[in-house]
Design a protein around this ligand. Structure first.
Ligand code: SF4
Ligand code: SF4
Length: 406
């Protein structure tokens, strides 16, 4: 599955300058070369050259990465370090499969995602999962498990939204909405707001049957499954004849804008030209006259997969600046919230530390609301602010905009 020649070519782009040390949040934490892109890429080069063998230690080193994309987006040689780290994981994981990889593969294939969420929903409803909070290994993860399962809904949002919403005599483009698993099963108010805004702006909306964006499979180095899922959504949305594909999840958008080209080359490249984060869409079509004013200061938290993965930085801020009287107050730095997909399952302490740092930065800014564009960041910030007994409200950009639309 991994093309070794292509991989070697990309690894050779690294000049070992070490500049990525200055921007890697994990290197700042542990000050070890194995934490930063340069060190990881060196080890992957040795692996590709058969100078070292796959090992649990190497697996652990490659897993210790947020895949935040800071190193890739700021590298002057254009080294796609986060992609290379995923390919390194793929090489190691095929020799040393872990239970986590098998579980993710099992859950994401066929219709199992939906039934896994159903299973979790009923487990929570009937309270049969409560003893887990006292079980040794599960105990530290309980607050996160509890947070996710207590927000789970019985049915996916796609079952209550129309598959096609036609607007009479609309001359506007037809928008395909990629909802993503988190907003479909957990943070449904985000999906409802996105749907509501797009239709209020007079666009036809199509919501085809959809599965996972492939990001969890990709970050676990399961390239086969990631490719299957990418092929599926490209096929589904191409068949829906939409002009644009909009998503409100930073990680789904990162997948939709990068993985099709990686797996499907030209066909994928063409698909990607239609994909937009909802903030890019709103920058083009929302106007101040559609919005009521908001008196007060708010901050914006950048999800890494949006800021570094898609270089979408100004657009959400520009959407917020459309709101009359609103004061946008920048946080002290664009830090990672630490949730980082399945990173949390191996490095919970780091996740907790980053989440806490982020919550304190928000409190220090003195705002009453913080806006973000990623359902996982939203859960993490909300949890940490509540842990600090703070009442700052955490909202997705679309929830905030939808509240203020006339
Ligand atoms: S990944 Fe880029 S920034 Fe890091 S050492 Fe290599 S060339 Fe330098
Ligand atoms: S992706 Fe982020 S955490 Fe991983 S090496 Fe690059 S900067 Fe560090």
């Amino acid at each position: 599955m991994v093309n070794i020649n292509e991989l070697q070519g990309m690894l050779d782009l690294c000049s070992r300058c070490g500049n990525c040390q200055q921007i890697c949040p994990l290197y700042a934490e542990v000050k070890q070369e194995t934490a930063v892109a340069r060190g990881k890429l060196h080890l992957i080069s040795l692996l590709v050259g058969d100078e070292i063998n796959p090992s649990s230690r190497l697996q652990q080193i490659l897993d210790f990465c947020l895949l935040c994309g800071r190193c890739s987006s700021l590298c002057q040689n254009g080294v796609p370090s986060d992609t290379l780290i995923v390919l390194g994981r793929a090489l190691v994981n095929q020799s040393i499969p872990k239970f986590k990889h098998k579980l993710i593969r099992y859950m994401l294939r066929k219709e199992r995602m939906k039934y896994s969420f159903h299973g979790l929903y009923f487990t929570r409803k009937m309270r049969i999962d409560m003893p887990l909070q006292w079980v040794g290994k599960m105990k530290p993860y309980w607050p996160y498990y509890n947070l996710i399962t207590s927000n789970l809904k019985k049915r996916p949002l796609t079952e209550s939204l129309p598959k096609v919403t036609e607007i009479s005599q609309s001359k506007k483009q037809k928008v395909g909405y990629f909802i993503g698993c988190m907003n479909n099963f957990i943070s449904q108010s985000v999906g409802q707001s996105t749907y509501s805004i797009i239709t209020k702006l007079g666009f036809e909306v199509v919501i085809p049957d959809q599965k996972c964006c492939g990001m969890p499979a990709w970050t676990n180095g399961d390239l086969k499954l990631a490719e299957e899922l990418v092929q599926l959504y490209v096929y589904t949305f191409n068949n829906s004849n939409v002009d644009l594909i909009v998503t409100d999840c930073a990680s789904c958008g990162h997948s939709l804008k990068h993985l099709p080209e990686f797996f499907l080359k030209e066909e994928g490249r063409q698909f990607q030209t239609k994909v937009m984060d909802i903030s890019e869409f709103l920058c083009n079509y929302l106007e101040p006259s559609f919005l009521r004013s908001y008196e007060g200061a708010i901050s914006y938290h950048d999800p890494c997969h949006l800021r570094y993965g898609q270089k979408v930085i100004d657009q959400p801020r520009n959407v917020l600046r459309l709101i009359p009287e609103l004061e946008l107050r920048e946080l002290n730095d664009p830090g990672c919230c630490g949730f980082a997909g399945t990173f949390i399952t191996s490095y919970l302490e780091t996740t907790q530390k980053f989440g806490m740092q982020r919550a304190k930065a928000i409190i220090d800014s003195g705002v009453k609301k913080v806006i973000t564009s990623c359902p996982a960041c939203q859960l993490q910030l909300d949890k940490n602010l509540k842990d600090l007994e703070n009442s700052v409200e955490v909202l997705n950009l679309v929830e905030f905009v939808d509240r203020l639309m006339k």
